[in-house]
Design a binder for this molecule. Sequence first.
Ligand SMILES: [Fe+2]
Ligand SMILES: [Fe+2]
Length: 303
Amino acid sequence: MTTRLLRPTDREDIAQRLLRSSAKASYDPLTEIDWDTPVNPDVYAIPPHRISLYGTQLWDQLSEAQRKELSRQEVASTASVGIWFESILMQMLIRHAYDRDPTTQHVQYSYTEIADECRHSVMFARFIAAMGAPHYRLDPVSRFLGRVFKATSNGPLTFSAALFVEELLDQMQREMMADDQIEPLARAVARLHVTEEARHMRYAREELIRDWPQRGALTRAYSRISLALVAARAADSLISPDCYARVGLDPKQARRAARRNPHWRASKIWFARQAVETFTAAGLMSGPAQYIWRAAGLIGHSA
Ligand SMILES: [Fe+2]
Ligand SMILES: [Fe+2]
């Protein structure tokens, strides 16, 4: 796997394959997904062991109905982060395409991916409402950092940050779509997203591995640190503390419990593991950046 990852395929050839696949398997979530069947309050929206408080004392205090409600709020929070990041990504891809030749296949694929992300954000927004949740807005610092990042990221940062968030959601959603105990709407959203994101991850991986060796030592050092900071911020923002208030818990106390929760810490490592593997193979994890990854709890033993 490592060898393949470090050798990019021909840029136009892979872009052409991705465009062909997009023409065959792209989905409109508004018509593909059944939005009319009411959400069943008696099932979980994510597997219980992926809920941030699973296994804690606070978890023991919650009734089964509250736990299921928390699963809906947490999946909605993750979808809110998904929309936040897709907005950042769409702008980064537009900037990527801006200076390049639109008659090339790889720039056309960039436009195609933007179109996919537009549909995904509408899908996530509908999904949040269907879960009976609010839009969980990120904190002002994350929003500010996102604003700076989407306006200034270079090639390696655009595609590594994209890959990090896409791999994170992919891990999470593959598990959801395979679990028939989970709310059908959550599984349908996960399935559609996983299908289209497979192409995005391939594109991001190829662009990253092609670009990275051409960068100087200074840009690489800066990109490694910036990527680690983005990954730390994105992973820490997945669950809004306001989710806890929706099931009657104190948000600050519950957030503290989640941050200390070994189950949740292991889950975050598991969500990040594919991205970490790619970045390690490509040389994006070395130097001081690895301390940020470790401090953020994104490398270690997963579950
Ligand atoms: Fe997406
Ligand atoms: Fe994507």
